[in-house]
Write a protein that binds this ligand. Structure first.
Ligand code: FE
Ligand code: CA
Length: 526
């Protein structure tokens, strides 16, 4: 059933003129679709069920996001989210105060069916380093008021940056208790390192249920994102802070590598699936139009500056990688691990990373990425064993990155990582086998929001892991997120832990804190 009860049909010529102001990409997509445009629809139900979000801040701009979905889990391809095959005008305003009484920017955009009725407004001309509040309107409904923040001006060395990073939020394995606490934090921004959704089918176990089969179609991926976005705690963290996002594997398919699927899909099948998944990811994240997918390709690696206090280089270690070596899994390193042609970044991204770091004036160079960079013997067998899905499976690329850090010495490199549903604090070493060799940087790995269930402080092989990996400083297998405080003098990581996720209402504690001092490589217990 159509949720739009009555409408004002605007002329397409007028609509195109409005659109011209917003985005050249949307014009062509809407013209190509030739769908009707509703300027003042009457919704029978609130279309803002998925909340609002903002992201990719600069010193002068921000992306504002929402997606119209009055019936968010409606999986009918022609009425996805409860919307029809029509474009809907969405107005927005942005204010200097939370009551929206000092509006400094406003405008119109169009939510189109070909982008799942999502909108991505790129606001420009804002003042640096301050909070703003924003709201959308579509027809007879207004959205919740979101809060967002611009970055400090270029060259400004801010006194402090507070951010939190998170990853891996399997819906079925838990409640988003960690986000309930993240919403209470005093943060400038949030970084998400991937596994925002999981692709698996509905399971019989689990505290919450996926719907339907393993997801492969655009409608499937849209609905899975919508399911996750219905979570009130997740919505709240999106509403309160700008996010910087990147994906890992489960946004498409477990442990896919470039154009190689986990299962028996052909390359063509995987690329079609990847195109669906990437489009739904774009539609559901506060990303710039520069990340709009082109078929099965999407530009996600990018850099963001918090004045001169911090530069985030956000990596994509999935789209460009070669297949996992040695048949994937936890294995002793076979010859393929050392294949000079194998790559986890791809040559283009790797060169971009090196050039970006080489030119960076930032006090802290934060490399935000997916899988464990440090060499880590998982200590599950008598012989050394590594995860072939991590950087330990791609020795040539890791050697190039570590050699770059050693030779070019970008200031205070810090790697932040997700993927493995456990907390790790580890130094990056020039020679892993030589305890006296140079420290090149520090890697903070954050645990999952929910994936893996309640978790534990230790595992049977924890003692062996410490013994076999002297660069490993701390390990923990509880759920939570990592809160980071950066000043010109230090980078401190606070490991925020929730004791359970299989029921709502968990407390939070800072289990441990680790600090890197400016100009002194290597992590220290705070
Ligand atoms: Fe995960
Ligand atoms: Ca993963």
């Amino acid at each position: 059933m159509a949720p739009i009860a009555s409408d004002t049909l605007a002329s397409m010529s007028l609509a195109r003129r409005d659109l011209l102001i917003q985005s050249g990409t949307l014009i062509s997509s809407l013209a190509a679709l030739s769908v009707p445009l509703f300027a003042s629809p009457r919704f029978a139900k609130d279309p803002f069920t998925l909340g609002v979000a903002s992201g990719d801040p600069t010193a002068s701009g921000i992306v504002l996001w929402t997606r119209l979905a009055p019936d968010p889990l409606n999986a009918d391809p022609l009425h996805g989210g409860g919307m029809d095959q029509a474009a809907v005008e969405v107005t927005w305003r942005l204010s200097e105060d939370e009551k929206l009484s000092k509006v400094v920017k406003k405008g119109k955009t169009v939510a189109t069916p070909n982008l799942g009725h999502s909108v991505h407004v790129e606001v420009e001309g804002l003042r640096p380093d301050r909070w703003y509040w924003y709201q959308f309107q579509a027809g007879n409904y207004t959205s919740p008021i979101g809060r967002t923040r611009t970055m400090p001006a270029a060259g400004a060395l801010a006194a402090k940056l507070n951010f939190a990073f998170a990853s891996c939020q399997h819906w079925e394995t838990g409640w988003f208790n960690a986000y309930e606490h993240m919403a209470q934090e005093d943060l400038h921004l949030v970084v998400h390192l991937g596994d925002y959704i999981y692709e698996g089918p509905e399971r019989t176990s689990g505290v919450r249920k996926h719907t339907g089969p393993e997801i492969t179609t655009l409608t499937h991926y849209r609905n899975r994102h919508a399911l996750y976005k219905t979570d009130a705690h997740l919505q709240r963290v999106h509403r309160l802070f700008p996010w910087i996002v990147t994906w890992d594997d489960h946004e498409v398919d477990n442990n896919y590598a470039g154009d190689v699927a986990e299962d028996k899909q052909t390359r063509a099948e995987l690329l079609e699936r990847r195109a669906n998944a990437y489009q739904a990811y774009y539609e559901n994240m506060p990303l710039r139009v520069s990340s709009l997918p082109k078929g099965s390709a999407m530009q996600l690696y990018r850099a963001l500056d918090f004045g001169s206090l911090a530069k985030f280089t956000v990596l994509d270690t999935r789209q460009y990688r070669t297949d996992q070596p040695c048949g994937d899994g936890n294995k002793p390193a076979c010859a393929e691990v050392f294949d000079p042609q194998a790559t986890i970044l791809g040559a283009t991204q790797r060169e971009w990373l090196f050039q970006t770091l080489d030119r960076s004036p930032a006090r802290w160079n934060v490399i935000a990425q997916q899988v464990l960079m440090a060499r880590l013997d998982v200590a599950m067998r008598a012989e050394e064993t590594f995860s072939m899905d991590q950087w330990s499976g791609y020795e040539a690329d890791r050697r190039k990155v570590l050699d770059f850090l050693g030779a070019r010495k970008p200031t205070n490199p810090i790697v932040i990582t997700g993927d493995i549903h456990t907390n790790w604090v580890v130094d990056l070493k020039a020679d892993w086998k030589d305890e006296k060799s140079a420290v090149l940087g520090t890697e903070f790995v954050g645990t999952s929001i929910t994936s893996g269930g309640d978790g534990s402080d230790e595992r049977p092989n924890t003692a062996a892991q410490y013994q076999r990996n002297p660069h490993l400083k701390w390990f923990n297998a509880r759920r939570g997120y990592v809160r980071c405080e950066l000043t010109p003098a230090h980078y401190r990581a606070d490991y925020r832990i929730v004791p359970f996720v299989t029921k709502p209402g968990a407390p939070v504690e800072t289990r441990t804190s680790w600090t890197v001092e400016n100009g002194r490589l290597g992590v220290q217990k705070t």
